[in-house]
Structures are given as C-alpha cells and as structure tokens.
Design a binder for this molecule. Structure first.
Ligand code: PMP
Length: 342
C-alpha cells in the first residue's frame, strides 16, 4: 500500500505551519481584536476565512465530495506549484509529464529546480501508459496529466490513466481544467480507489470566472492537509470567495453557456474542415480547437492584422503548422471564419 506520508519531502513533513489569528479561533465572538485589522470598513477590513469553509461546502455539494478532500488555491496554477514543492526534493526528484500539454507543469518544476521529463503522446495525441511507466524512475514523485489536454483538446483514455494510477508508486495529477466541456465524466470518482490521485479543476473555464483566480484540487485528506500546510495563510481573497459562491449558485447559467459553446465548437470545427479552408481539425472535448493550417506563423500574423488573436502552437511538439482557437461568442466565431476565408 502506497503511503502518502513517505512521499512528502522530509523538511515539509517536519515543518510546523504558520498559524494565523483566524485559524486559531473557532466559535462565536462579536469583538475581534486578534488580527491587527482596522475596525472600520466592513466586511473587507477583516481577513478572509483561511480555509474557505463556506465555499468548500458549496463545492462539496456540487461535486458530491466531502470538504476534507478539497483544496482551494489562487488558480490551479497555485496547486500545480504546491504539489511540486510539497513532494519533490530540488535537484534530486523529478516529475514526468506528457507533451504537448499545458506549459505550467514544466515551468513550476523548473522554478523549483525539479527536473521535468516529457513523454510524447502517441499519434492522435493519445496517452500511452506504458511509455509513462517506462519513463518514471525512483526519483519520480508525480506524473502530471491533462484531460481534456491543452492544446490538443482531447480527453485522455481512462483505462490508460487507471493503469498509471495502479502501477506508478507516486502521485498522479490529472488536470481537468476543461472537463465540463467534455461528454465523458470526471476522474473524481477515482479518488475513492486511488489515494495517489489528485484532480485539478478551475472556475477559469466553463464557469466563466478566470479573473477571480480560483482553482480546486481534489485528493485524499492526507494530500489536502499538506497543501493547506504550505499555502499562504490567506491565499484566496474574500472578494474571490464571495464571487465564487455567486457563480456556483447559478448552475443553470453555466450549463446554458456550456451548451452554446459546445454547439459553436461543432459549427466552427465543421467550417474549418470544409472547403474553402479544408484544414485538418483535431477532435475537441474542450472549449478550443487545435487545427493544422499550413503556415501557422503567417496565418497568425494575418489574423492579428484584423484584430483577432489566436494561439500560435507552431513551435510546440507535434503541433507544427497548428493554431489553437478558443470558441468565442457566435459573432466572434463568425468574424474569425470570415477573416480566415478572406
Ligand atoms: N490547466 C490547464 C490545462 C490550463 O489550460 C490552464 C489555463 N490556460 C490552467 C490550468 C490554469 O488554470 P487557472 O486559471 O485555474 O490557474
């Protein structure tokens, strides 16, 4: 049986976390003279709840997962970095990830002097569990996967992910930033059977709240406890917690937008693949499309001249000649298609 505690860096395991005023007091009180705040300008004069209890309660309801399995960070980017800092000893340990994928896994590793080993996806951007399992070594603490994957847009094969979870004796992070756009289910139900699984989700994509910076990590209580121990005491502002509660109270609006984005995705993909454009379009389970356009640099510059910015992925592994297009409003998508055809 894998013991998560054995994977934690010894200095982190031994460390005593900072205990803030708002952390130490639990209960009812009406006069707060414990945190050196200004007594006026409520409610923003007060530090926010360091453990975001109300928000976790709502997320727990929505996802059907108890709060001790939930970490909330300043975007998923905070959790991406914290997992590396909690488990990887600088200049000794490494992480293994797939390529092409989201660039922050490598950046976070390098920032912490942790090696990031990249394994190319198979044709069609498919995950090959054996390739990952053959690459991990005794210093690999975490495998970072992304499903649906950015920039390819596809969901990774569930059985391959399960094989990595089963045979790799370390953490398996599955970044599900785009999962709401997919028709296949989240891996959250795998948390019960796999104590080494960490799932990231975010309010930045389907929930339409990238500006507030709110990312979620779901994992075993042991892993969540380490992340909480390491985070800045008040890592999620009161403004963010309030706005997140508001966004999460309106599931119908999110689903309405999701439906529209999905149908626009099919419409844009169809137009890109048909004459006169006839681009190769990769299947997408996300809110973006990866498409092979020939001279991607030239096309990118042409679109910029018309005031339209897409993501040029020409220099990314396996994406030569590709641009990545985010699905916008129907009007924005029309403008893009008109500009491409001009
Ligand atoms: N994961 C993936 C796969 C992403 O593409 C992005 C943003 N582009 C993020 C995470 C970042 O999420 P957040 O805004 O929650 O930091």
């Amino acid at each position: 049986m894998l013991n998560i505690n054995d994977l934690i860096r010894s200095s982190i395991r031994a460390m005593k976390p900072y205990s803030s005023a708002r952390n130490e007091f639990h209960g009812e009180a009406s006069i707060f003279l414990d945190a050196n705040e200004n007594p006026w300008n409520p409610p923003y004069n007060r530090y926010p709840d360091p453990l975001q209890r109300e928000l976790k309660g709502r997320i727990s309801e929505l996802k059907d997962i108890s709060p001790e399995h939930i970490f909330i960070g300043n975007g998923s980017d905070e959790a991406i970095d914290l997992v590396i800092r909690a488990f990887c000893e600088p200049s000794i340990d490494n992480i293994v990830t797939i390529t092409p994928s989201y660039g922050m896994y490598e950046v976070a590793a390098e920032m912490n002097n942790v090696k990031c080993v990249k394994v190319e996806l198979d044709p069609g951007f498919k995950l090959n569990a054996d390739a990952i399992l053959n690459t991990v070594d005794e210093h690999t603490k975490a495998v970072y996967l992304c499903s649906p994957n950015n920039p390819s847009g596809n969901v990774l094969n569930r059985e391959e992910i399960y094989r990595i979870l089963k045979y790799f004796r370390g953490l398996v992070v599955v970044d599900e930033a785009y999962i709401d756009f997919a028709t296949s289910p989240s891996l959250l139900d795998g948390l019960v059977g796999f104590p080494n699984l960490i799932v990231f989700q975010t309010l930045s994509k389907a929930w339409g709240a990238a500006a507030i910076r709110l990312g979620m990590a779901f994992a075993s209580p042991e892993i969540i406890a380490v992340l909480n121990k390491m985070k800045y005491p008040y890592n999620v502002s009161r403004l963010t917690q309030e706005y997140a509660l508001k966004v999460l109270s309106n599931v119908e609006e999110m689903q309405r937008q999701l439906k529209l984005i999905r149908s626009e995705r099919e419409r844009v993909a169809d137009a890109l693949s048909r004459p006169p454009l006839s681009y190769k379009v990769y299947p997408s389970d996300s809110n973006f499309i990866l498409t092979e356009v020939g001279d991607a640099n030239k096309l990118y510059a042409k679109l910029v001249k018309q005031g339209i910015v897409v993501r040029n992925r020409n220099s990314i592994t396996l994406c030569q000649g590709c641009i990545r297009i985010t699905i916008g409003t129907p009007e924005e998508n029309d403008a893009l298609l008109a500009a491409l055809s001009s």
